[in-house]
Design a protein around this ligand. Structure first.
Ligand SMILES: O=C(O)CCC(=O)C(=O)O
Ligand SMILES: [Fe+2]
Length: 141
């Protein structure tokens, strides 16, 4: 977690630069990344795909979500215009970075929270590991 914190802070620095804010002081750091949680998601294979969902459409409440997915695939993000879903294929050694609701609010909508979903696989189990980077629960944004 310590190493990911360094990377996350660098990433947030680049993003807030785009908002004409050039320093992450202690107050901003708490607001942007004061609370972090790692999940381990396991999606068992489901031969009857019509009986399962995976994860239904949602956006994360986080500032950012840093996601490691295995090689199975099944993650889709919602396109900007309309109802199209864009496949996010697994690329070995890469991470998926999603903007969440908190960063959308903090940036006044300059960065948009991305809607996404996961489609279960009919023949293979899938694992993903997201780190949710959040304001602290007591913070008002
Ligand atoms: O498993 C994935 O690829 C995404 C999971 C997800 O959207 C979530 O845990 O919020
Ligand atoms: Fe999510």
């Amino acid at each position: 977690m310590k190493k990911s914190e360094v990377f996350i802070k660098q990433l947030l620095k680049v993003l807030i630069n785009g908002l004409n804010l050039h320093e992450i002081d202690e107050t901003k750091e708490l607001l942007l990344m004061g609370s972090m949680r790692t999940n381990f998601n396991y999606y068992p294979k489901c031969p009857n795909l019509e009986l399962t969902v995976g994860v239904s459409r949602h956006s994360d409440v986080s500032t950012l979500t840093i996601l490691l997915q295995d090689e199975i695939g099944g993650l889709f993000v919602r396109g900007n215009d309309g109802d199209n879903w864009i496949d996010v294929p697994p690329i070995k050694g890469s991470l998926v970075i999603n903007v969440g609701d908190a960063l959308q609010i903090i940036s006044n909508g300059k960065y948009r929270s991305v809607e996404h979903r996961v489609v279960a696989n009919g023949s293979k189990n899938r694992i993903s590991i997201p780190i949710f980077v959040n304001p602290r629960p007591i913070d008002m944004i």
